[in-house]
Design a protein around this ligand. Structure first.
Ligand code: B1M
Length: 226
């Protein structure tokens, strides 16, 4: 049954069916499938398959958009469930999160935010297409410990650097750690732009955020999260 449900989840995203995806997310929870398994073994393989088809010009942008909508519908259900897990935990740190300017991809960034929240971080998600100055302004407003910047396009990755520059301009860089991620982003790129850490996926982002908080608490420690 579990395998059937996971495979139906994948298919609902491939076919771009938001109602079906939402219902399958609910069904998964009632079957005792963990929200993380539903996301990583059910819905994410669907959006990845669609991404490959798009790259090979086998499908077109409207198909990709329908699939993204189905993915978002399922995430709406699973996000709530995962966040509940973080509610009773002491605050692990304050994170301001967003996707860079010019980039409207937000599914991966939302997943990072959901998992951080599930692990006790207070997350302020600024959404997609966020200018560098807005990251800096919100980091100041929310007294952020960490600013997390996602980018899914090779053309918008460079705006991760702009965010760091804006934090420097605002005088916030000493107290705010910067983590970056997204499909085209690499550890090497993170080093090149002067970020404090890179995470390849949402679980790695939680581990990284924790080690960045440790590094903040021990400023003279020689451990470098990158
Ligand atoms: Co677009 N898109 N897209 N897209 N899209 C990609 C990224 C692409 C690789 C598809 C392809 O060609 N195979 C390609 C980029 C090529 C490149 O630059 N190298 C592409 C393109 C070209 C485009 C457009 C330009 C298409 C067009 O208009 N002609 C356009 C761009 C618009 C813009 O941003 N200005 C576009 C539009 C869209 C949609 C709107 C239709 C939709 C997004 C909907 C939405 O987010 N609301 C969409 C989608 C869905 C995709 C693919 C298929 C899937 C992305 C996704 O959600 N993955 C993608 C192909 C692919 O990645 N396989 C593609 C699932 C998600 C869970 O993974 O986002 O990688 P991911 O996040 C992971 C990690 O990367 C990491 O953790 C996450 C969870 O494990 N991570 C972080 C992410 N952020 C992090 C931050 C961190 C740490 C880790 O710290 C802060």
């Amino acid at each position: 049954m579990r395998l059937e449900t996971l495979s139906a989840m994948r298919q609902s995203v491939v076919d771009g069916l938001p109602d079906t995806a939402r219902n399958l997310a609910r069904q998964a929870l009632s079957e005792g499938i963990s929200p993380m398994a539903a996301i990583s073994e059910g819905f994410v393989p669907g959006i990845e398959a669609v991404g490959e088809q798009f790259a090979k010009h086998q499908i077109f942008l409207p198909d990709l958009m329908a699939s993204a909508e189905a993915m978002q519908a399922a995430m709406g259900v699973l996000d709530l469930e995962l966040r509940k897990q973080g509610m009773n935990r002491p605050t692990a740190g304050v994170v301001v999160l967003g996707t860079t300017k010019g980039d409207i991809h937000e599914i991966g960034k939302q997943l990072v935010g959901t998992l951080l929240a599930a692990h006790g971080f207070r997350v302020h998600d600024l959404g997609p297409d966020v200018p560098g100055q807005a990251f800096a302004a919100k980091a100041l407003e929310f007294r952020a410990d960490i600013v997390g910047v996602s980018a899914l396009l090779t053309t918008t990755m460079r705006n991760q650097k702009t965010v760091i520059e804006e934090l420097e301009k605002a005088g916030l860089r000493p107290q705010v750690k910067v983590m970056v991620g997204g499909a085209p982003v690499t550890r090497r790129w993170a080093e090149e732009i002067g970020a404090d850490g890179y995470a390849k996926d949402a679980m790695a982002a939680v581990a990284l955020a924790r080690s960045l908080m440790d590094a903040k608490a021990q400023p003279n420690s020689s451990t470098v999260p990158l």
